[in-house]
Design a protein around this ligand. Sequence first.
Ligand code: ZN
Length: 290
Amino acid sequence: METIVSYFEHIPSAHRAAILVGGIAFFWILESAAPMFRWKYRKVPHAGINIFFTATTVVVNFAMAFMLLSATDWAVANKVGILQWLPDMPLWAFTIIGLLLLDLIGAYFVHWAEHRVKWMWRFHLVHHTDTNIDTTTANRHHPGESVFRFVFTAAGAVIAGAPMWLVFMYQSMSVVLSQFNHANIQFPGWLDRTLSWVIVTPAMHRVHHHYTLPYTDTNFGNIFSVWDRLFGTFARVDQEKLVFGIDTHMNPEEHSSLGNLLGIPFQAYRAPVGAKFEGVESGTQQTESA
Ligand SMILES: [Zn+2]
């Protein structure tokens, strides 16, 4: 355990890059070998746009890293934050509680807010415009969204009272879990269902990418599934019935043009169409998959 802590205390930027690139490569290979959906889409041009947004996310995170570093140093030095106020506990318990708190504030809560607050939605919407969800979708975030997500992560680190090594560990897990739960891979139903009691699985996250409400507003989690189950936003839908994308932007000229995607947050807000599609009723929170 101490070895893991000291690894994340000194994790080189090259290793962080390797986790990001290695993760995409790993899931890309699995997607090619055993895809869940056999779309007729060109995987490489599709990936181009998503990799562009992954690169801008990396740049934003790198440019703002000093903020996170000073926030965590300040919290630990001044004994501020939940982990700092809790009584002494074994390192493994400290790590799990810390990861849960960072996932709650830095992922679940900010994601939920992005779906509630209109100006945030206009940025986050770019992530939802993808009509072919695969592992490259994981970091399709408008640079503006990367900025406010980063601010929430920094705030989460202070509220949690997390030391920097824990934040690095969280970020590494968050990258890989997000690539995993966006991956277009065949994954046995029983295994997905079992894992979904602990982590966010592909079948769970795909529901979030269904093109209409109410499903777009379910399964906000990134690493742990407990937050959706606890806050009543968990949904399970028969995978065959899912249609990916977002109802307001189903036109390829809008969702497959980099220039337009960058401009979406500055265009007028569009209210959800709220269309239904055959087989899935609007308003049902829990549709058990076959
Ligand atoms: Zn979302």
